[in-house]
Design a protein around this ligand. Structure first.
Ligand code: HEC
Length: 134
C-alpha cells in the first residue's frame, strides 16, 4: 500500500515537473518572438532597417523552435490543445507575413512593410485569443 502511494506521488511529482518544464519552454519561445515584435515596431517607428530584419529573424527562430518540438497539440496548454489546427495556421501565416515584411523593407516599400507588420501582429493575437479564452 505504502509502495503504491509512493509510486503515485512520484508520478504526480513527475507530471507536474514536466508541466512546468513545458510552460517554461513555451514562455521562452514566446518571449523570443515578443522581442522580435518589439524590434520590428522600433525599426518601423525609427526607420531602422536592421532592427526590422533582426526582429523578423527572432520571430522566425521562435516559430522554428515551436515546430521543432513536434505536434502543436502537445505543445499548447492541455485545456486549449483542441485549437492546434488553428494555431498551426497562425504559425504558417506568421512565417509568410514575416517574409513579406522583410521583402518589403528590402524593396523600401514602407506601406507594404507596415501592412505586413500589422497582419503579423494580428496572427499572434488571434492564436492568443483562442489559447487564452479572450
Ligand atoms: C500557436 C499559438 C500561438 C501563436 C501563433 C503565438 N502565441 Fe504567444 N502564446 C501562446 C501560448 C499558448 C501562450 C501562453 C504560454 C503559457 O503561459 O504557457 C502565449 C503567451 C505569449 C506571451 C506571454 C508570455 C508570458 O510571459 O506570459 C507573449 C509575450 C507572446 N505569447 C508573444 C507572442 C508573439 C509576439 C507572437 C507572434 C509573433 C505569438 N506569441 C504567437 C500561443 C501562441
Amino acid at each position: 500500500m505504502k509502495k503504491l502511494l509512493t509510486i503515485t506521488l512520484m508520478i504526480i511529482a513527475f507530471s507536474s515537473t514536466a508541466f512546468a518544464e513545458q510552460q517554461k519552454e513555451r514562455i521562452s519561445d514566446m518571449k523570443h518572438m515578443a522581442d522580435g515584435m518589439g524590434l520590428i515596431m522600433n525599426g518601423l517607428l525609427y526607420n531602422y532597417l536592421d532592427n526590422v530584419s533582426a526582429g523578423v529573424k527572432y520571430i522566425q527562430e521562435g516559430v522554428n523552435s515551436i515546430n521543432k518540438k513536434g505536434d502543436l497539440k502537445t505543445y499548447l496548454p492541455a485545456d486549449t490543445a483542441y485549437a492546434h489546427k488553428f494555431g498551426e495556421k497562425s504559425l504558417r501565416r506568421i512565417m509568410e507575413y514575416s517574409n513579406e515584411l522583410e521583402e518589403a523593407m528590402q524593396a523600401k516599400d514602407y506601406d507594404g512593410a507596415l501592412e505586413s507588420a500589422s497582419l503579423l501582429m494580428r496572427q499572434c493575437n488571434s492564436c492568443h485569443s483562442r489559447v487564452r479564452g479572450w
